[in-house]
Ligand binder design. Structure first.
Ligand code: TEU
Ligand code: CA
Length: 585
């Protein structure tokens, strides 16, 4: 079966100027992307798991919000060990989510409303249940043996016992990055879960098969890909031991696979084999944990033909000791500004930024960067403004537009995420921590915070399901929900509508220059955007106390075009206030 897509009707989303873009200005400069994590979005059949039919029922909601693109986290056939990031068939839809026909309907429904569909591409690894891996593990001389990373046990150590792994790398989900396979007496590499063996991109057949699959999806009308950990696909084939940090059981292999030796070559080859010559506007975004600004410029320089933009992780590592999410610490606003400002500057001439506060792997934006108590609505709106008015393509993670918060889980049995469950087991059994200590440490930044279901209304389970949800719904769904917000002009949702429309309508937002102001102010995030003849000032208070930022006083006379309080013609900021001024000249 084929998914026949209609041409996108741009006229309804505010991106109607797409046809008239100046040369060199890419369409996605003016676009906003919305991420759907299908398992937690909307359940249509009462089995407690979100599905495609559920998404289809919310297309008008997305259209009302005004987003241009939907990025759909994986819906492919999968044993669901990592909620679909472990794929066993790239060309089919997992029955828990629906059917290929329903995906076609979703795609057509988006296109009809002027939105695009971007699929998740998970090709650093497959599921261990993918036929490629089933074959690969079947014998040492199977033709697909070399499609994955198989290595001999370490000399002199009993195979299958601790220390016999081919190197000391740890997996992102605790334990070693190697699993011993009795049948053939070798280990395979898995940078993530055991059920996520890494594909060997050195093998040209692997690359050709991936490109083939990508072309199959594009031919069926999808509009691009978000590429999972795509900067991990090229590994140093010597697979050397990595440095061992304090209190760590395993070594860090990332120096040998992060933006590895052939990464740019692989992405350029992918571009040539998959994207080149396709004339409709597509979107490619590479998820790249640990990517440096220098490399990001190379990845996103349009002339190099690699990807349109990358997700970088610097600003979501600032609230942790040494980037360890299980050791949270207070975020310093000055560090956040210096980090995001550096990315703005580095990609000003060449390349393009993406911007996000949250996704399915991160804490909820308002709980993390704002104040999810007394100032929840104000700070959620402020954060929306600060993020979306930067130079770069903004991403909204489902529920963020409602100001959804982190979840308070009780016991470890309330969690579902493999990363959390594995870490809890390792920390309590091998690192000597108590259950209470581990639960306290993982509360603020664990991934399940983002995975509680979208809160649609105040009915049972937040209107997400009529059955029993696969993960608890946040009890605050009784007052934080879509039904209460969509028609309320003062809601967080309505504020998101405004900032999204702002990008669509004002070229100074989509394409203006960026200048960070007041880098040393510990409470105020301030920046200017400008094009010849017009400039915008963004002032945002990241604190619960009043602030008077030291910016050019003449701005007080400019028109205030956006704010989260009633506008006042001055430069003072109330708690968590956002003020945006615009002037000509
Ligand atoms: O995430 C990649 C990644 O490195 C992390 O953000 C990871 O989720 C973890 O939080 C590290 O602490 C991508 C996907 O977004 C994630 O959901 C998958 O679990 C992972 O790849 C493996 O496919
Ligand atoms: Ca369902």
């Amino acid at each position: 079966m084929t998914i026949q897509m209609e041409p996108a009707n741009e006229s309804s989303t505010g991106s109607e100027d797409n046809g008239e873009l100046e040369a060199g200005r890419d369409w996605f400069h003016g676009a906003v992307v919305y991420q759907i994590y299908p398992r937690s979005f909307a359940d249509s059949n009462g089995d407690g798991i979100g599905d495609l039919r559920g998404i289809i029922s919310k297309l008008d909601y997305l259209h009302t919000l005004g987003v241009d693109v939907v990025w759909l986290s994986p819906i492919y056939a999968s044993p669901q060990d990592d909620n679909g990031y472990d794929i066993s068939d790239y060309r089919s839809v997992d029955p828990i989510f629906g059917t290929l026909d329903e995906l076609q309907e979703l795609s057509e429904g988006l296109h009809k409303r002027g939105m695009k569909l971007v699929m998740d591409l998970v090709v650093n690894h497959t599921s261990d249940e993918h036929p490629w891996f089933v074959e690969s593990r079947s014998s040492r001389d199977n033709p697909k043996r070399d499609w994955y990373w198989w290595r001999q046990p370490r000399d002199g150590v009993e195979p299958g016992t601790p220390g016999a792994e081919p190197n000391n790398w740890g997996s992102a989900f605790s334990g070693p990055a190697w699993d011993y396979d009795d049948a053939t007496g070798e280990y395979y590499l898995h940078l993530f879960a055991k059920k996520q063996p890494d594909l060997n991109w050195e093998n040209p057949e692997v690359r050709a098969s991936v490109y083939d699959m990508m072309n199959w999806w594009l031919d069926r009308g999808v509009d691009g890909f978000r590429m999972d950990v795509i900067n991990f696909i090229s590994k140093d084939t010597a697979l050397p031991d990595g440095p061992r940090g304090d209190g760590k059981l395993y070594g860090d292999g990332s120096p040998y696979y992060l933006s590895g030796p052939r990464i740019h070559e692989f992405l350029r080859e992918m571009h040539r084999e998959v994207f080149a010559g396709r004339d409709k506007p597509l979107l490619t975004v590479g998820e790249m944990p640990g990517v440096t600004v220098e490399d990001a410029v190379l990845f996103t320089d349009p002339e190099r033909k690699e990807v349109d933009m990358v997700f970088q992780f610097e600003h979501v590592a600032l609230d942790q000791e040494q980037g360890n999410k299980w050791r949270p610490k207070k975020l310093e606003l000055t560090e956040l500004k210096s980090s995001l400002g550096r990315w703005q500057d580095a990609l000003a001439e060449r390349g393009w930024n993406s911007f996000y506060w949250g996704n399915h792997d991160q804490a909820r934006a308002v709980s993390r960067f704002g104040d999810d108590g007394q100032y929840r609505e104000l700070s959620a709106k402020m954060l929306a403004g600060v993020l979306h008015l930067h130079r770069g393509t903004p991403y909204v993670y489902q529920g963020e537009e409602l100001g959804m918060t982190n979840m308070t889980f009780g016991a470890i049995s309330d969690y579902r995420d493999i990363e959390v469950l594995n870490h809890h087991r390792e920390a309590t059994t091998h690192l000597g921590h108590t259950d209470a200590e581990v639960l306290a440490a993982l509360a603020p930044l664990n991934r399940d915070n983002a995975r509680t279901p979208v809160q649609w209304d105040a009915t049972r389970h937040g209107g997400f399901t009529t059955g029993s949800p696969w993960i608890s719904v946040n009890p605050n769904a009784n007052h934080i929900n879509a039904a209460a917000q969509v028609d309320d002009p003062d809601s967080v949702f309505s504020f998101y509508q405004k900032v999204i429309a702002f990008r669509h309508e004002d070229p100074v937002i989509s394409d203006g220059d960026f200048t960070m102001l007041l880098p040393d102010d510990p409470h105020v995030y301030a920046y200017r955007r400008s094009l010849p003849g017009v400039e915008i000032l963004v002032l945002a208070n990241f604190s619960g106390s009043e602030q008077t930022p030291q910016v050019d006083k003449s701005w007080a006379e400019a028109e205030q075009v956006l704010g989260n309080y009633t506008s006042r013609p001055d430069l003072h900021l109330k708690p968590w206030e956002l003020k945006v001024f615009r002037r000509l000249g």
